[in-house]
Design a protein around this ligand. Structure first.
Ligand SMILES: [Zn+2]
Length: 318
C-alpha cells in the first residue's frame, strides 16, 4: 500500500484535514476499475483568521501534525482560500476575511515541516477536481462546478484537471455582471456582480430590500420563510435563482461542459431557487447546449480534500 496523502482544506472559518488513501494520479490508466479513495483521521480546527498569516500557518501545521502522528505521507495537498499561484505555492489575492493573507508563501513552511512535496491550489479548484473525479463528474470528459453559498464560485474541469487560469483566478463565476445586480455592492469592491445579489448573504439582503422584516436575517431564516411560502423571501430566491441560471446558461454557451454540478448552501435549499435556475438557463443557453445535465454535487463535504489529494499525486514525479 502506498503512503496516504495528507490533504488540508484551509477556509475562512475552519481548517480541515485528513489522510487520503487510494486517490490515484490522473495518469493512471485503469479509471473504471479503481475504488473510491477513503479518508482517515478527519479533523478540523478554527482558522485564526484575524491573527495574521503566521498564526494561520501554525494552525495548519499543528492540525497536520496531529493528523499525521506516526504515519508517513507521500505528499501534502493543500486547498486554500484566496487566489493561489500554484506554481510558486503563494497566495496572490485574498479577501479581508483572512488578515494579511495575500502574499503568503504557504508551500515552503509545509515542505520544511513534512519533507515531502506540497501541492497548493485554490479551494474552489480543489473542490472542482474532487467533484469531477469522485462525484457528479464521474468519468465524464468535462464538468462545470457551480458553488453557491457564502460566495459564488466555479471550476471548469477538463479531463480531470481544473482550468486554473493564467493568474490562478479562473472560475470566479460570482463576478460576472448581471442586470439584476445593478448598483448592488459586491465583496470584490465593484458593483453589479452576481455574487452581491445571489450569494447566501446577497439573497438575505435582497429579501430585506424587497421588504422582509428583521426575522429574515440569515440563510436559515430566509430558507424557512421561503419554505412557508412567505414573500418577499420567495421572490428573493426567484430573482437570485434566475440571475444565477442566466449566468450558467451563458457559461454553457462559452464552455460547453458535459455536465454541471451544483453545490453550496443555497443550492441545497432547492425549491423556488432551483426552479428559477432552470428557467434562467433555458432563457440563455443556446439550443445546442440547453440539454446539458445540471445535477446536485455528490462528492460530499470532503470533496475539496479529495481534490487536493488527487492534485498532489498528479504533481509527484512518475
Ligand atoms: Zn465582484
Amino acid at each position: 500500500m502506498p503512503d496516504p496523502v495528507l490533504a488540508l482544506d484551509l477556509g475562512g472559518t475552519k481548517i480541515r484535514g485528513a489522510l487520503v488513501h487510494g486517490a490515484e494520479p490522473l495518469r493512471t490508466d485503469h479509471r473504471a476499475e479503481r475504488a473510491a479513495p477513503h479518508l482517515e483521521r478527519v479533523a478540523e480546527t478554527p482558522t485564526p483568521a484575524t491573527a495574521g498569516p503566521s498564526a494561520i500557518l501554525d494552525a495548519v501545521a499543528e492540525l497536520a501534525e496531529r493528523i499525521c502522528s506516526g504515519s508517513r505521507v507521500s505528499a501534502v495537498g493543500l486547498a486554500a482560500a484566496g487566489v493561489i499561484d500554484s506554481g510558486r505555492g503563494h497566495v496572490t489575492h485574498a479577501t479581508a476575511s483572512l488578515a494579511g493573507w495575500a502574499g503568503t508563501d504557504v508551500r515552503t513552511p509545509l515542505e520544511g515541516r513534512f519533507g515531502v512535496p506540497v501541492s497548493v491550489l485554490g479551494d474552489v479548484h480543489a473542490h472542482g477536481i474532487g467533484e469531477a473525479r469522485f462525484g457528479t463528474g464521474g468519468d465524464r470528459a468535462s464538468m462545470l462546478l457551480i458553488a453557491v453559498g457564502t460566495g459564488i464560485g466555479g471550476c471548469h474541469v477538463i479531463g480531470g484537471s481544473a482550468v486554473l487560469g493564467s493568474h490562478g483566478a479562473a472560475g470566479h463565476v460570482g463576478h460576472v455582471p448581471v442586470p439584476e445586480a445593478a448598483g448592488v455592492p459586491c465583496p470584490c469592491g465593484r458593483t453589479g456582480h452576481l455574487e452581491g445579489l445571489a450569494s447566501g448573504p446577497g439573497i438575505v439582503q435582497l429579501a430585506r430590500r424587497l421588504g422582509a422584516d428583521a426575522s429574515v436575517h440569515d440563510g436559515h431564516s430566509l430558507a424557512a420563510a421561503a419554505a412557508a411560502g412567505a414573500d418577499p423571501a420567495l421572490t428573493a430566491y426567484r430573482i437570485a435563482g434566475l440571475a444565477t441560471g442566466r449566468v450558467i446558461g451563458g457559461l454553457l454557451n462559452v464552455l460547453d461542459p458535459e455536465v454541471v454540478a451544483l453545490t453550496g448552501g443555497v443550492a441545497e435549499v432547492g425549491g423556488a431557487w432551483r426552479e428559477a435556475v432552470s428557467r434562467g438557463i433555458a432563457q440563455e443557453a443556446m439550443d445546442v447546449v440547453a440539454d446539458t445535465p445540471v445535477l446536485p454535487a455528490t462528492a460530499g463535504s470532503h470533496a475539496a480534500l479529495l481534490g487536493a489529494a488527487a492534485r498532489a499525486l498528479d504533481e509527484l514525479p512518475s
